[in-house]
Design a protein around this ligand. Structure first.
Ligand code: ADP
Length: 509
């Protein structure tokens, strides 16, 4: 309230000076006979002081000049004329004018200085709030929302907006309050400030005018424009307000730069990771392919030795070894191709509804006949229907069955049951199991367990990585748990909606 009054006084200061002198003269006049003429001059000085403290030096000087005439006209005889009868009054009049103007100007200037100090204090407080709004946020969206919201509050602006630069163009990023419209003129002014790289004010009276347009700078150039529409009460923005928005723009610039650097660092890390993967893939590919090739070359060279006599049985043995090596080579190449197609999303998925019975049967059929006898199927009587790519999913079951056959001797169980709205499918063996510290790692590319060497010297370490990639692309999860007293159980979980399982669902399983 007081603040409003003060604003009104400073806006209409000269009117206030006129009114104050007129009113005080009207009040003083009835008592003209009560005091000496000099005492009325003192009372006028008091009024000048009041005007100075309410409206500043300019209006106070006007009040002094008006008081000079009013005193002369009404209080120095002859009354109601500007004539001076007593020559001593001339001296008093001049002294009054000088004192009135000086007192008014000095008091007014003091008042201005105090007002400026107060404004600066408010500016600093506002800046603190605004910087907290910028610094405490983690994403550009949150930062923009809280910073625009604060600036609208602090400056009592109609709205504020942030335009971000994208490929050399300014795009409207956020506006506060949310329902505010961004006028085409605001956009034009913002684009102007962006091109010029310097702050501006919209002049005129249309929408978007009377606002502040501040380019947001960061070390890599102008990256955004912050705009603040005119105030709700149309009061123009002061230089302090413009400074405030510029400081805020600098903070937003620092925030955006930090985000940019973070993105660049993440991209660089991803690139390093990709490079690392590529080189590990290359070394592994060359190892996987070279070893059987070297073995093949050696066997074939042996067979070609002219000075060695080979009996038929030995030749057969060597040829069997060759077939084994070729098969191993074929497996490695096939697995690598599958994985790279999966990772590049080049393996087109054709999802349809299939019964689990069909899928499990297709997986079992890929096993050699003598191994199929070791598989026990425990599926519910009512077949469960799942929405999957047949070939890919049968491939997962095949990989789990092959491993179980490879790493264990006994019976291998394939089972399933409905789970929440989805399904759980498992492949379980009673082998030596997987050490706890390898439960996660077995799904990594090229990972081969400590115990895998003797049982499966020709493994690639890709089977489970491929299985995980396929299950993930179906929105499911795959993991391994221990079987008591020994063995491993690989469990695939598919949710009904193809979305990853929520933790509470996991717990209720
Ligand atoms: P590979 O079998 O070619 O080594 P996989 O990705 O299929 O590659 O398996 C990774 C590792 O997981 C294997 O090296 C092995 O140590 C372990 N593993 C997989 N299945 C089983 C299982 N049923 N029992 C014990 N260990 C297993």
């Amino acid at each position: 309230m007081i603040e409003r009054l003060a604003q009104a006084f400073s806006r209409h200061g000269y009117l206030l000076a006129l009114g104050a002198i007129a009113l005080s003269t009207a009040l003083f006049l009835p008592g003209r006979g009560e005091f000496a003429k000099g005492q009325w001059a003192l009372l006028y000085v008091l009024v000048i002081l009041l005007v100075a403290s309410a409206a500043g030096p300019g209006p106070a000087v006007l009040a002094a000049v008006l008081a000079f005439f009013a005193w002369n006209f009404f209080f120095l005889p002859p009354y109601h004329t500007l004539e001076i009868r007593d020559p001593k009054d001339w001296l008093s009049l001049v002294a009054f004018l000088v004192v009135g103007v000086l007192v008014g100007a000095l008091a007014g200037r003091m008042r201005d200085r105090e007002a400026r100090a107060r404004a600066r204090e408010q500016e600093t407080a506002a800046l603190n709030r605004l910087s907290a709004a910028v610094v405490s946020q983690t994403s550009t969206g949150e930062m923009a929302e809280s910073c625009l919201g604060e600036i609208v509050d602090v400056l009592r602006a109609r709205s504020a907006a942030l335009f971000l630069e994208e490929d050399g163009e300014l795009v409207n990023y956020r506006v506060a309050p949310k329902e505010a419209e961004v006028e085409p003129l605001t956009r034009d002014h913002a684009a102007g400030a962006f091109r010029a790289g310097s702050a501006g004010r919209g002049s005129g009276s249309g929408p978007g005018d009377g606002g502040l347009y501040v380019p947001v700078r960061s070390p890599s150039g102008v990256s955004a424009v912050l705009t603040v529409q005119a105030r709700r009460d149309e009061r123009p923005y002061s230089d302090g307000d413009a400074r405030l928005v510029t400081s805020l723009g600098n903070m937003v610039g620092a925030f955006l730069e930090r985000e940019r650097l973070q993105r660049a660092a993440t991209a660089a890390a991803a690139e390093r990771e990709a490079d690392h993967l590529k080189s590990s893939l290359l070394s592994s590919v060359s190892h996987e392919l070279k070893t059987p090739l070297a073995a093949l070359t050696a066997t074939v060279s042996n067979l070609l030795e002219s000075d060695v006599h080979w009996d038929e049985e030995s030749v057969r043995d060597e040829l069997r070894a060759i077939v084994g090596d070729v098969a191993r080579l074929n497996n490695s190449i096939g697995a690598l191709l599958e994985l790279s197609r999966l990772e590049a999303h080049a393996w087109e998925q054709r999802r349809e509804l299939y019964g689990l019975g069909e899928l499990v049967a297709a997986g079992i059929d890929t096993l050699p006949a003598h191994l199929r006898e070791r598989v026990r199927v425990e599926l519910p009587d009512d077949d469960i229907v799942v929405d999957v790519d047949f070939v890919q999913f049968a491939r997962v079951i095949q990989a789990l069955l092959e491993n179980a056959m490879l790493y264990t001797d006994g019976t291998v169980t394939v089972g399933a049951r409905g789970w929440n709205d989805g399904v759980r499918l498992w492949v379980e063996d009673q082998g030596q199991g997987i050490p706890a510290d390898e439960h996660e790692a077995v799904f990594d590319k090229f990972f081969r367990g400590r115990r895998s060497g003797q049982q499966a010297p020709s493994g690639t370490g890709l089977g489970l990585a491929i299985a995980r990639e396929i299950v993930r692309s179906h929105g499911g999860t795959i993991g391994v748990v221990d079987v008591v007293p020994h063995g491993a159980r690989f469990v695939i979980t598919l949710t009904a909606d193809g979305e990853p399982a929520r933790p509470e669902q996991e717990e209720s399983a």
